[in-house]
Design a protein around this ligand. Structure first.
Ligand code: ADP
Ligand code: ZN
Ligand code: ZN
Length: 762
């Protein structure tokens, strides 16, 4: 027998298969999807590849497959092929997500018992590493093997690397020296399920609303058919209880459930809810902090059919589940479900594919659904707006059944929200970061020994300009997105269309000269708190304090267990935990997320404010939220105050429709990355021309190639083309053909990626 094999290393350039003979002794084991080692190229070097077809004979002189490493099912291969086309990547990029982590060594001793261990992480982007390998910058086979291994197993120990790659510590050290790897000393996170004593809980009697929602989904489980649901209900409305009861039904039918949650919310508290209902034996947990040995064991537990519930972050959707009975995606609006590295997939789309294939329901849950998800769940909204471009509106023809929960299940009330106008504070001579209102609330809270969370949403690179007198910010007249200040050119630029404007020094609205660059750090806020409340204890959580060493969870535990007065943090504070003693949440400046250079700025602001507000007063103590802003009348802030998602949605969807943003089209970003600016210019221009002649102009707007907002990283130029339109089957084929054409031109250093609706436009 003969196998068609795609070679991993060359997949990007060739994406074609090579024939290999299947030796007699391997015939019983090799199936479509086997990961194999084959001799390839000069010197008979062994390369890793995947079998994608098996046939009787070959027309060529062929060599033998040398070794088999892992097997995938036909269904997994089909999914990988579907993904490769949809996400413009190679089949082997996709197959890698489905392989068992590590190799076949069910080695319990790997569960390291030390208090701290040295873990190894990649220091460069996976794509940069791939590129360096392709360009021959890394020549040593052993170095390549270690990098390949770490791509899927970041955080492994040196011992693990030695065992799995058969390389010595010295090679790891060389890679560290050359800037590819970093060593991080880390506390051991043992498998969260080990030795856990959790009391058993039983199902609760559902409220009428819960019962309604539950019945609808249960019917599709019983009838074994695909249907997509959106369970929309405020925090505490009993969504999780519904998940638990549906999973119970799925298990009683001898089927399996996948539950996706954002990585950051995979906390013991969430897991306890599942363990207390079902017992740990039936549960497999997949997240990035497990050691490779543990991940391997969880994977096998799933493959053996022992695990009936798989809980994990984005990539858990690829767990080797047979007999899927339901897929649940909690906090479905969360941006972590979209992968920002190749393959740039959206887990919700994979979930839909799998739910259809397995004829089972897909249940999305959220208190603040993604605008695009919610849009698909309601009859067309009446948005009478005149469009400002000739692009045709392209509604998505997909149906999601809406299930609504309007009340909190445990009858606790929603917190009261107050908005403070920072312009008035300034006018009254208060130049500190805390308004009079927030100051007195914090003072009161400290006196009552209650805890406070202060939230400051600041994003890395972008700086915007705002008038402190009237709240005016400079927005692009074409895109309605905050323009970003570029200090080296002293200009404002729109990161979408490239429109430029001069820097203003006097406010065009109110003519005041209090117009400034905006941005404040958590560190500065902490200093100010110490000055104003010298006796208060504080803890800070942001990208500086949350490292691979100190997890997000450890900081939150400390805050809770040591009853620290004030937690100061960025976005990270809004997810996961719940703190019974937190009664006050302060948002220092809601404006920062409003002015990110992204069409989702209002949506993100509303989501964040609603989530932050949800942190206050979750048990029997009433909660209070103070939102400080220069734009108190901004609709996303007003809607967050009222906790009125529906009103927010109606306003936002009208804007999206008018300006042609998702869900009315997709935003497609073709990224170029190269050492040669010449080659980038040439390549991007060829693609631009190709698309201009191949795409229907009434359905697509194609912006000219231009440098990305961050236009150079590590001496590599970055350019991009932005396209608005619907990435349907037809367009997908055009883009794939375009890539094929461009790869024929023998690119020297340029790397091209295509990303549909990326999270980050940098
Ligand atoms: P969500 O997932 O929407 O945030 P949860 O399912 O966590 O909501 O429910 C919030 C709280 O209400 C939990 O403490 C849960 O035990 C409780 N709860 C949920 N459903 C019921 C019910 N039907 N009867 C009583 N308490 C309930
Ligand atoms: Zn002004
Ligand atoms: Zn613009």
């Amino acid at each position: 027998m003969v196998a068609e094999v795609i070679i991993n290393r060359t997949a990007k350039k060739l994406n074609t298969t090579f024939d290999y003979n299947i030796p007699k002794e391997l015939e019983d084991y090799i199936v479509i999807g086997s990961k194999v080692l084959v001799p390839f190229g000069k010197g008979e070097k062994l390369e890793e590849g995947f079998v994608i077809k098996i046939k009787e004979k070959s027309e060529y002189q062929i060599k033998d497959i040398k070794k088999i490493e892992d097997n995938l099912t036909d269904k997994q291969i089909a999914l990988a092929k579907w993904m490769a086309k949809r996400y413009f990547c190679t089949i082997s990029d996709c197959i890698k997500l489905m392989l068992t982590p590590g190799t076949r060594t069910r080695n319990k001793e790997k569960r390291v018992q030390d208090k701290t261990i040295n873990s190894i992480y990649l220091k460069k982007d996976i794509e940069d590493i791939n590129n360096d390998i392709e360009l021959g910058k890394i020549k040593s086979e052993k170095q390549k093997r270690i990098l390949e291994f770490l791509k899927n197993n970041e955080g492994s120990t040196v011992q693990e690397i030695e065992a799995f790659t058969d390389c010595s510590r010295a090679i790891v050290n060389t890679l560290v020296k050359n800037g590819y790897l970093e060593i991080v000393e880390k506390k051991v996170n043992r498998n969260p399920l080990i030795n856990k004593k959790v009391e058993k809980t039983n199902k609760l009697v559902l409220t009428e609303e819960q019962e309604n929602a539950y019945e609808k989904v249960k019917n599709t489980i019983d009838e074994e058919k695909y249907e997509q649901f959106l369970l929309y209900g405020v925090t505490g409305s009993g969504k999780t209880e519904i998940y638990l009861q549906l999973i119970e039904d799925v298990i009683s039918k001898e089927k399996t459930a996948i539950v996706l949650v954002p990585e950051i919310s995979l906390t013991p508290q969430i897991l306890d809810r599942f363990i207390s209902r079902f017992g740990e034996g039936k549960i497999a947990i997949l997240h990035s902090k497990l050691s490779i040995g543990e991940r391997h064991d969880e994977w096998e537990k799933i493959r053996d059919g022992e695990a009936k519930i798989i809980i994990g972050a984005r990539s858990a959707i690829f767990a080797p589940v047979e007999n899927l009975g339901i897929i649940i995606i909690d906090e479905e609006h969360d941006s972590s479900y979209k992968s920002e590295v190749t393959p740039k997939y959206q887990a919700k789309e994979i979930a839909k594919y799998l739910a259809k294939e397995n004829k089972c329901p897909l249940l999305l849950g959220s208190a603040t659904p993604d605008i695009s998800t919610y849009y698909k769940s309601i009859p067309d909204v009446n948005t009478e707006m005149i469009s400002n471009s000739n692009l045709e509106i392209q509604p998505q023809k997909e149906k999601i059944t809406l299930l609504k929960l309007t009340k909190r299940a445990n009858k606790s009330s929603l917190p009261s929200v107050e908005i403070v106008d920072l312009k008035e504070e300034l006018a009254n001579g208060n130049r500190s970061m805390l308004s009079v209102e927030l100051y007195s609330q914090i003072e009161e809270n400290i006196k009552n020994k209650r805890q406070t969370i202060l939230f400051l949403n600041r994003r890395g690179y972008s700086t915007f300009i705002m008038c402190r007198n009237c709240g005016y910010t400079v927005k692009c007249k074409n895109c309605n997105i905050s323009m970003t200040y570029h200090s080296y050119e002293n200009k404002l630029k729109c990161h979408y269309c490239g429109h430029e404007e001069k820097v203003v020094t006097v406010c065009p609205e109110c003519h005041s000269d209090k117009i400034r660059y905006f941005g404040t750090g958590t560190q500065k806020l902490e200093q100010e708190i110490h000055k104003q409340f010298p006796n208060a204890s504080t803890i800070r959580m942001d990208v500086d304090t949350v490292t691979k060493k100190n997890s997000h969870e450890e900081i939150l535990n400390k805050f809770k267990n040591e009853n620290i007065d004030i937690l100061i943090g960025t976005q990270m504070v809004v997810k996961g935990h719940h703190f019974p003693n937190v009664t006050l949440v302060g948002v220092i400046a809601a404006d920062s997320s409003l002015n990110i250079d992204d069409y989702r700025a209002s949506e993100r602001t509303f989501q964040i404010l609603t989530q932050v507000a949800g942190r206050a007063g979750r048990e029997n103590l009433p909660g209070k939220v103070v939102i400080q802003t220069y734009n108190p009348s901004e609709f996303s802030i007003q809607c967050a105050k009222k906790q009125d998602y529906d009103l927010f949605f109606e306003t936002e969807i009208a804007i999206r429709k008018q300006l042609k943003y998702p869900p009315f089209c997709d935003i497609i970003v073709i990224g170029f990355n190269s050492e040669s600016e010449e080659e980038i210019k040439k390549t991007s221009h060829i693609i631009y021309q190709y698309l201009n002649t191949s795409l229907d102009k009434t359905k697509f707007i194609i912006f000219k190639p231009m440098p990305s907002p961050i236009d150079k990283i590590q001496n590599k130029y970055r350019w991009r083309i932005i396209i608005k339109g619907r990435m349907d089957e037809e367009a997908n084929t055009v883009f794939n053909n375009c890539l094929k054409e461009i790869y024929k031109t023998n690119l020297k250093t340029t790397r091209i990626t295509i990303d549909v609706n990326p999270n980050n436009m940098m």
